[in-house]
Ligand binder design. Structure first.
Ligand code: B1M
Length: 210
């Protein structure tokens, strides 16, 4: 099995320490950082994604895989800084105002990072104004809104409205997710799409940006 295939397997196994060790040894041996990302780290997540979608893997396992991948990304990212890759595409994400739930959102962040995006995570209880500020500051192309409460999901609309008032709506795509929301709700509030889970968020962001 090639080094790249071994690295992919370690990501799939969620073995963070071994992913870190293997990535470093591949870099020390002169492997191309871009190939490490695409043929090793992301290839590992590509094994995970269909299994998660098919219900053969569960959230804690996927989080372990994403964390393991993150350990490798930490070593490789500085080496590709400033070069033209998917990493130059920026997504601002947060849990909307009044809502403190972040387990699902954190999973989405990890999966988006594993997809090669630069993700600016604003955390929880994020006001519409803070989203607008972050889109401007980071020149984001996509905004991700998360909500877990039937009360706070209404703040998604307020956020989208303020993005429009700030004149940024044509510049950013808005995707939403969280247990109480749906595609119908996304249509109702003028979002560009609804993601049922973290993998769907990665696919949607890729669709928006490629
Ligand atoms: Co809360 N809570 N909670 N809670 N909590 C729920 C959501 C609830 C359904 C439980 C219940 O009553 N059955 C209920 C909401 C009811 C409703 O609104 N209809 C509820 C309530 C009522 C509350 C409080 C009001 C309780 C209280 O204080 N009386 C309170 C509110 C606090 C606040 O936010 N202001 C509260 C507090 C908490 C804790 C702090 C204890 C804790 C949160 C800890 C944390 O997040 N750090 C908590 C938890 C853990 C839950 C449950 C049990 C689990 C949520 C979770 O993490 N799921 C939840 C019950 C449930 O959902 N079954 C519940 C796992 C996670 C991986 O899934 O978040 O759905 P999920 O994310 C998925 C997708 O939805 C999607 O991808 C993720 C991964 O696949 N997704 C996105 C999510 N965000 C996305 C963004 C995207 C794309 C996809 O961007 C584009």
């Amino acid at each position: 099995m090639s080094d790249f295939a071994q690295l992919a397997q370690l990501v799939f196994q969620g073995n963070a320490a071994s992913v870190k060790e293997k990535t470093q040894s591949m870099l020390d041996n002169g492997a191309d950082p871009f190939a490490i990302i695409s043929d090793g780290l992301l290839a590992g997540m590509d094994i995970v994604s269909p299994k998660f979608k098919a219900g053969e893997m569960y959230v804690p396992e996927v989080m372990m895989c994403a964390r393991a991948l993150g350990e490798g990304m930490k070593l490789v990212k500085p080496l590709i800084a400033g070069q033209e890759t998917a990493v130059t595409k920026t997504i601002v994400i947060g849990t909307v105002a009044g809502d403190l739930h972040d387990i699902g959102k954190n999973l989405v962040v990890m999966i988006l990072e594993s997809g090669g995006f630069n993700v600016v995570d604003l955390g929880v209880d994020v006001s519409p104004a803070k989203f607008v500020e972050a889109i401007q500051e980071h020149n984001a192309q996509v905004v991700g809104l998360s909500a877990l409460l039937t009360t706070t999901m209404l703040n998604m609309k307020g956020t989208i409205d303020l993005i429009a008032e700030a004149g940024l709506r044509d510049r950013v795509k808005v995707m939403i997710g969280g247990a109480p929301v749906s595609q119908n709700f996304a249509d109702e509030i003028g979002a560009d799409g609804y993601c049922a889970d973290a993998m769907a968020a990665k696919d949607m962001a890729k669709g928006f940006l490629n």
